[in-house]
Write a protein that binds this ligand. Structure first.
Ligand code: UD1
Length: 427
């Protein structure tokens, strides 16, 4: 497994272009199945999760290419609606294939994506939504078979504004007969991006970005060419890293409107942020101040996907902060690792209590999941001395070569691959 070796303590400085959003690209790639022919997607990041999704699409019979940020998916030869168990277990986002395959074939078979490092992550809201559209669900141990030759639009009330359930229902309902309305829908920017993409293929959807989404069913969709939005979580990670290292960084090709809750929190810590269209500059010249309380919850509130990263900044802040996690139940795995680096954080159920320390110290730590891993990289960049972050494959799921990203901002970060892997590359 790869490791990152970081010599910390250098303020980040320079300019960086933000890549396309993983969480927008994955459902959009799945939604491409709804069209017959070749869909072209631009600004698709080079990430492990994207490669897994392309591999699954190929296993279903599609022909796919990914070159320099552009993905093409030709669905003309798709022949299967069975998503293999090994691939379902590799990536939770394979659940996005349910809605489009059900809409296309009237049947889909998937497997429970299973729990993961950040919590239980059930799919009951996905299944109930598809059932409400008229599908029957059969659960055989780990396999889930969903049948529905004729889906019919209806009103669907989500108990919780789940991002994935909202997207799956949108994709299934797009060719259903009549009108589907999703109430208490998730409002994340990635859902708006999915709406724009589906509409570009001929769907008739309004309301994404609000809590009520209306989908008027259409007969069929046609292929299109589409550009994915910038990744707000990658942008947020860079902003926090700039602040934690007391640096000065300009982000280009980002969407500041998607980051208002983070901008608000960073300003409260004393970080300076200037915004001009899709360019943002973040600078921090003195020790950040603590923030009495941050609560993660669905968009537009503070994102759970930036919780671990902001905790690094609060660890270095002057004063005492409280972080409450309300979206996932197991998302404080980075706390023990940060404490190894000298942080002073205690956890009680879903709240973390952070007493700021003047500095962190380099140590060997382990990335337990994607965003926890990103947080440890930030901690390593800000810390005094050498940090080794292990299990980097988690980070590769969501950041395109994170070491190159931070090297371009002046950081000293190197990736170390096991010898066997280096030989693989050589071949
Ligand atoms: C998406 C994002 C992920 C982000 C999360 C919350 C993608 C690919 N991933 O994940 O990065 O952290 O939104 O912003 O877009 N839940 C249920 N039943 C369900 C579905 C969800 O109980 O059927 C619960 C989950 O266990 C979790 C909460 O709802 O506690 C939020 O999950 P959800 O919004 O669905 O997140 P994902 O779509 O999995």
């Amino acid at each position: 497994m790869d490791k990152l070796v970081i010599e910390g303590g250098k303020p980040l400085s320079g300019s960086i272009r933000i890549h396309g959003a993983k969480n927008a690209a994955l459902p959009i790639m799945a939604a491409s199945l709804l069209a017959d022919g070749e869909v072209t997607l631009h600004n698709v990041p080079h990430l492990l999760d994207i490669e897994v999704m392309l591999y699954i699409l190929e296993r279903l019979g599609c022909t796919c290419r990914h070159e320099q940020g552009t993905v093409t998916i030709d669905t003309s030869s798709i022949r299967s609606y069975d998503v293999p168990e090994d691939l379902m277990k590799q990536m939770r986002s394979s659940i996005f294939l349910m809605g489009p395959l059900l809409a296309k074939f009237g049947q889909v078979s998937v497997y429970q994506p299973g729990g993961c490092a950040i919590g239980e992550r059930k799919i009951d809201l996905h299944l109930r939504g598809l059932e409400a559209l008229g599908a029957s669900i059969e659960e055989l141990d780990q396999q889930i078979i969903c049948r529905g030759r004729k889906l019919v639009g209806t009103d669907i009330h989500l108990d919780f504004p789940s991002v994935g359930a909202t997207e799956n229902i949108m994709m299934a309902a797009v060719t259903a007969e009549g009108t589907t309305t999703i109430f208490n829908a998730a409002r994340e920017p990635e859902i708006q991006d999915l709406q724009h993409f589906l509409n570009a293929m001929g769907a008739r959807i309004i309301g994404a970005g609000t809590d009520t989404i209306t989908i008027n069913g259409v007969e069929k969709l046609k292929p299109c060419s589409y550009e994915i939005i910038p990744d707000r979580i990658v942008a947020g990670t860079v902003m926090i890293a700039a602040a934690a290292t007391r640096g000065n960084v300009t982000l280009t090709h980002c969407n500041p409107a998607h980051l208002t809750s983070l901008i608000h929190v960073l300003k409260r810590t004393g970080v300076q942020i200037t915004v001009c269209n899709d360019i943002m500059t973040v600078s921090c010249m003195s020790r950040p101040k603590s923030v009495d309380r941050i609560v993660t919850s669905p968009y537009p509130s503070f994102p759970t996907d930036l919780q671990s990263q902001i905790m690094v900044l609060l660890s270095l802040a002057d004063g005492f902060s409280v972080m409450k996690e309300t979206v996932f139940e197991g998302r404080f795995k980075h706390v023990d690792e940060l404490n190894v680096m000298g942080a002073d954080i205690s956890v009680d159920l879903n709240a973390a209590f952070i007493r700021g320390v003047p500095r962190l110290y380099g140590a060997t730590v382990e990335a337990t999941d994607l965003r926890a891993g990103a947080a440890l990289v930030i901690a390593g960049l800000a810390a005094q001395g050498k940090t080794v972050v292990e299990q980097v494959h988690h980070i590769d799921r969501g950041y395109d070569r994170i070491e190159k990203l931070f090297q371009s901002l002046g950081a000293s970060v190197e990736r170390q691959s096991p010898v066997s892997k280096q030989l693989d590359f050589a071949n």
